[in-house]
Design a protein around this ligand. Structure first.
Ligand code: PHE
Length: 463
């Protein structure tokens, strides 16, 4: 019999153990949130979507859609104390509603597998840059040579595949060991250190002479060039960077001690995540303009601008190695959370050990990852729908599955769960609770639906 089968939610416990403290939980969710999404993805999607207006919409999405979704996930996870599929099934039944809500959990698990399949490829890419930095390859070279290094790496499927394999092995290793050991320590050190190095890089970007241009690109909104597809991309990015919409935060919430404030923890995570993303943009864009690079260059953008900054800096070899090590850590702590829902599900449902579940799911993700590995070389010209296999996985997961999952999650917490249950988890029905409920019931679901319909052209334009 499961230890989490008590009828009283406050007495339920998770099979997988619990975070040792409130701080541990905040660090774990921050570790999940802060990752390649902030440093790699945010600058390049901003570049591809024209800058300032995109950034503004992204910030609005974090505040009025991201926050209520994150709070909903945590409260549901803590109440159910199981993997997302079982949690939604249990809560649906407890509220006297359908148990088919478990399908939302299932979609999240699939999204996690698909996202990690390409996330790990980029994680491997950062590992390759750790190695290149450490041996001094980036010392005193120019944009042309750095572009050649990037293209040379991406052009070789065996190299990209090798580093993807190493990254997946690292991820499986930590997940197999369980959540409490290892992970907490890593984030405790990593997030502050990453922030510090970002600030060092910011100093360099300011001295590049093109800081104003970078600043203007990020913050001067040009709404004329904004399409509904870029609004969808901004919303998708908000979901991706906060790790919401696929059950990772719900799974982490299942290990959360009873007394922790959910709104406080969510605000702390959203704030640190946003600060790191904005800093990354402020570092990258001045360097893009200083070196005549193209802000819309795509997934490889930071892998050119950052080495470039380091190549000219005093102590660059050292800083660059440290930076890519930290970025690898950031990616690693996110990768773990992408696997956690699937692993928790296998452990609970099929009575397997964590190690067995981690290896099984890990191998599946590893194999799927070759779709992305090959997208940059052998299959670069194999294009359909949105482009390469990587482009399609990216669009399907980030712009469709995460917002859709998030919409169903807030609808569940806002409409399916009764007031008593949610107020119980969110610490009473004060002003914060009322704001959450209004956002979760009305603003977030309608906002997400509206952006979806607009992006696929189903709503006529009024102008
Ligand atoms: N938030 C992570 C990042 O920004 C990615 C992620 C998405 C992690 C979804 C978990 C779940 O890199």
């Amino acid at each position: 019999m499961l230890s989490n089968q008590s009828a009283d939610p406050a007495k339920r416990t998770s099979l997988h153990g619990h975070w040792s403290s409130r701080m541990a939980f905040i660090l774990a969710v921050t570790g999940s949130a802060v990752g390649l999404g902030n440093v790699w993805k945010f600058p390049y999607v901003t570049g591809q979507n024209g800058g300032g207006a995109f950034v503004l919409i992204y910030l609005a999405c974090v505040a009025i859609i991201g926050m209520p979704v994150m709070m909903s996930e945590i409260l549901m996870g803590r109440r159910g104390r199981r993997n997302p599929i079982a949690t939604m099934k249990l809560l649906g039944a407890e509220e006297g509603k359908s148990t088919n809500w478990s399908l939302v959990g299932a979609m999240g698990i699939v999204a996690g597998v698909l996202i990690l399949s390409y996330y790990s490829v980029v994680g491997g890419w950062t590992l390759f840059y750790v190695m290149k930095s450490a041996v001094g390859t980036f010392h005193a070279i120019g944009p042309g040579e750095i572009t050649d290094i990037r293209n040379g790496f991406l052009g070789s499927w065996s190299m990209v595949g090798l580093f993807h394999t190493i990254f997946m092995a690292l991820t499986i290793f930590v997940v197999a060991r369980g959540v409490e050991r290892g992970l907490e320590q890593a984030v405790r050190f990593m997030v502050p250190a990453l922030l510090l190095l970002m600030i060092v890089l910011l100093g360099y970007a300011i001295s590049s002479g093109h800081f104003d241009e970078g600043l203007a690109f990020m913050f001067r909104p040009d709404f004329d060039s904004l399409t509904w597809n870029s609004v969808l991309a901004a919303m998708g990015q908000a979901f991706f960077t906060l790790s919401i919409g696929m059950g990772a935060v719900m799974a982490y919430g299942a290990y959360l001690p009873e007394e922790t404030s959910i709104s406080g923890a969510s605000a702390a995570v959203a704030l640190s995540d946003t600060v790191i993303a904005i800093l990354a943009g402020l570092v990258i864009f001045p360097l893009v303009f200083a070196n005549d690079l193209d802000p819309a260059d795509g997934p490889g953008l930071v892998f050119i601008t950052l080495p470039l900054a380091f190549s000219q800096m005093a102590g660059g070899v050292f800083f660059s190695t440290v930076f890519f090590v930290l970025l690898t850590f950031a990616a690693w702590t996110s990768a773990i959370s992408l696997m956690e829902p699937a692993v928790a599900w296998i452990v609970e449902k099929f009575n397997r050990t964590r190690a067995q579940a981690a290896v099984l799911i890990g191998l599946l993700i590893w194999a799927t990852g070759f779709g992305t590995v090959l997208s940059f070389n052998v299959l670069a010209n194999f294009r359909f729908w949105r482009g390469t296999i990587f482009d399609n996985l990216d669009h399907l997961t980030i712009n469709i599955m995460l917002p859709l999952g998030g919409m169903l999650i807030v609808i569940f917490a806002g409409w399916v769960m009764c007031r008593n249950s949610t107020a119980d988890e969110l610490g009473g029905s004060g002003a914060v609770y009322r704001l959450w409920r209004f956002l979760a019931r009305i603003v977030a679901p309608i906002g997400i639906l509206f952006v979806f319909l607009k992006a696929v052209g189903l709503l006529p334009s009024l102008t």
